[in-house]
Design a protein around this ligand. Structure first.
Ligand code: MG
Length: 348
């Protein structure tokens, strides 16, 4: 590949916490939040700015402040680094900030955005991702009271698939409420909320009669043997989410799960997520490409890989009111791949 702009020279890394206001308070089996604090990153060099984003997650002991510090702690790495050697900085970040994968993701996304802009190409073309169709995204329905759930489902009318958060005492009521007004395919995410294999089997046996397409993370991530047992009792795919963070987690999962939910924030960026996709496919696992609550920056980054996914769950930017970026095209619940350089999103 030609080198149109030198990858060397002085660079600046800037990071700031941004408060994202949610359309509805967001409840999962483990917590509720009315807003989300993410960290936006920009890397500037040779007149080009690449944008990135970290979406810290309490499940992985991350928060906005510790993520900001992690990014600031490694910003010197970029001062005399050749950006075209993007694989080597990925390795350096892994050693420098091993425990903050979303900080690494923000820096990797910003670097890839910078590279795409320098080459005048979208990131998916730099990574040779095929330009095939992107599966329709699911739209997430958080845990709520029946009247709110009904409203959320009605608002999601353009999306073809619903992803419903369960793992509560009223799982059946939630599904019944949705089924009264919608026969769309439902993907269930229990977020580790079913405490043992008997509770999980009970819930899934009923869910199988309700047109459920798959179940994500039924039990706590560490219950691998129980999950293997559960998988043998049911006829519905099990997808690992909290049980998989990086490429190292994948080999052990193939006997317990049918697929993996790969997220840039867990993986530590686009490059690691791509390695995970390749290994998971080789291991016979289906690929879900997921997200946290994120702005259009991180969603656009995941979209670059989306033609490789079996299931797309990239709705984080649709759940917030004050997205500072724009540029993602979605129509009838289906994304179009951007042909703009880098991520293809612009600051408002
Ligand atoms: Mg999940």
């Amino acid at each position: 590949m030609q080198n149109p702009i030198s990858g060397s020279g002085p660079a600046t890394v800037q990071a700031q916490i941004v408060r994202l206001e949610l359309n509805h308070p967001w409840t999962l089996s483990r917590n509720t939040s009315a807003f989300k604090e993410n960290v936006l990153v920009s890397i500037g060099k040779n007149g080009i700015t690449g944008f990135g984003e970290a979406a810290p997650n309490v499940r992985y002991d991350e928060n906005a402040k510790s993520t900001l510090w992690a990014i600031e702690a490694v910003s010197d790495l970029y001062s005399d680094f050749d950006f075209h050697q993007h694989e080597s900085i990925d390795q350096k970040l892994k050693s420098a900030i091993p425990d903050n994968s979303c900080a690494r993701a923000a820096l990797d996304i910003a670097l890839m955005d910078w590279l795409g802009k320098a080459y005048g190409r979208p990131i998916h073309r730099i990574l040779n991702i095929p330009c095939s169709e992107i599966p329709p995204t699911s739209f997430s329905i958080g845990i709520d009271q029946p009247d709110v759930i009904r409203r959320k489902v009605e608002t999601a009318s353009e999306y073809k698939i619903l992803k419903v958060k369960l793992g509560t005492d009223n799982d059946q009521e939630i599904i019944n409420t949705i089924r009264e007004i919608s026969d769309k395919p439902i993907r269930v995410d229990a977020n580790e909320g079913w405490k043992d294999k008997y509770e999980a089997l009970d819930k899934i046996t009923w869910l199988q009669s309700q047109g459920i397409e798959l179940i994500e993370q039924p039990m706590p991530a560490e219950l691998m043997e129980e999950t293997t047992w559960l998988r043998e009792q049911i006829n519905i795919p099990l997808i690992a989410d909290e049980a998989v963070k990086t490429v190292n987690d994948i080999p052990a999962l193939a006997s317990s799960y049918d697929g993996v939910n790969i997220k840039l924030m867990k993986a530590g960026g686009i490059q690691e997520a791509l390695r995970m996709i390749h290994l998971a496919k080789k291991s016979g696992l289906k690929i879900m490409l997921g997200c946290m609550i994120e702005t259009s920056v991180a969603i656009a980054a995941a979209l670059q890989l989306s033609p490789l996914a079996d299931y797309v769950d990239l709705d984080g930017h649709l759940l917030i009111r004050n997205d500072p970026f724009y540029g993602i095209t979605i129509s009838d619940g289906c994304f179009s791949q951007s042909n703009q350089p880098g991520l293809g999103v612009l600051k408002k």
